[in-house]
Design a binder for this molecule. Structure first.
Ligand SMILES: Nc1ncnc2c1ncn2[C@@H]1O[C@H](COP(=O)(O)OP(=O)(O)OP(=O)(O)O)[C@@H](O)[C@H]1O
Ligand SMILES: [Mg+2]
Length: 246
């Protein structure tokens, strides 16, 4: 039987912003069903790497494949769930939490058909899982940063992807919600879903991680067990401007 394809494979990835290289030949090849944490200090290139893996950032050298397909030619986006580091600045869109989460289900629905009862049930379950059921009818703009992040996680979950890429899913999220998220991810991992998550502090996510990749200045400096001490600190010193770039 053919070996199962790597959900994520970046090889020799080099990324420039202008003249400046921010990834210098990075390898990130993830076996199916693994749960990988991407660690590293602010600005080390974590978000750039996941965005490159998903074809959002352009490579100046190296290759990026999703499920064995060069990312430029990849079309099967229903297999991929992506939670960006923070909600885009489009705060003017008065969408409710439920609408944002339901949007994640679009790839599963037949074009042009309204949501079925089953779709609605999946959305409600995901809202429960991230602890936002009571806010479902509220405008997303009225949620805190951590709650918005949870809405994006629910949106990714409802698509039932085979690959979940989460950029700092626990940043600004309280301990109880982190535990809830860990439980949801553990369940997905048990279903064979491949998970790549960016984090500063693993906290309750630690037990579900089976591989840690540490970036420093755009290079992989560790790949294996979770390092005992990563020297990584949360966002405390990141300026708002730095955060907006990520
Ligand atoms: N769109 C962009 N244009 C120019 N520079 C960028 C852009 N995105 C990221 N950078 C730069 O690339 C470097 C890596 O940024 P990246 O967002 O990948 O870091 P990170 O590890 O995700 O950091 P954080 O922990 O703060 O999220 C930083 O120096 C950042 O300023
Ligand atoms: Mg980042």
């Amino acid at each position: 039987m053919a070996k199962e394809l790597h959900p994520v494979a970046v090889r020799g990835g080099v990324v420039h912003f202008g003249d400046r290289a921010v990834l210098h030949g990075v390898d990130l090849v993830v076996d199916p069903g693994r749960t990988v944490a991407l660690l590293g200090a602010n600005g080390s290139g974590k978000s750039t790497l996941v965005k490159t893996a998903l074809g959002i950032n352009r490579l100046s050298a190296g290759t990026a494949e999703l499920f064995g397909v060069p990312v430029k030619r990849f079309r099967d986006w229903s297999r991929v769930g992506y939670v960006p580091q923070r909600l885009g600045a489009g705060g003017g869109v008065p969408a409710t939490v439920r609408e944002v989460v339901s949007a994640g289900r679009l790839s599963r629905r037949r074009i042009g058909l309204p949501a079925r009862r089953a779709d609605k049930a999946v959305v409600e379950t995901a809202l429960e899982a991230v602890g936002l059921a009571d806010r479902a009818g509220d405008a997303v703009a009225t949620l805190s940063g951590g709650q918005q992040q949870r809405a994006l996680i629910a949106r990714a979950l409802v698509a039932e992807p085979r690959l979940l890429v989460l950029d700092e899913p626990t940043a600004g999220v309280d301990a109880a919600s982190q535990e809830a998220l860990a439980a949801v991810l553990r369940e997905r991992a048990a279903d064979g879903v491949t998970i790549v998550l960016v984090a500063h502090e693993l906290g309750p996510l630690e037990p579900i991680i089976d591989r840690a990749v540490v970036l420093s200045h755009g290079r992989v400096v560790h790949d294996g067990a979770i390092p005992a001490h990563t020297g990584i600190h949360p966002h405390a010193h990141a300026t708002e401007e730095q955060r907006l770039w990520t």
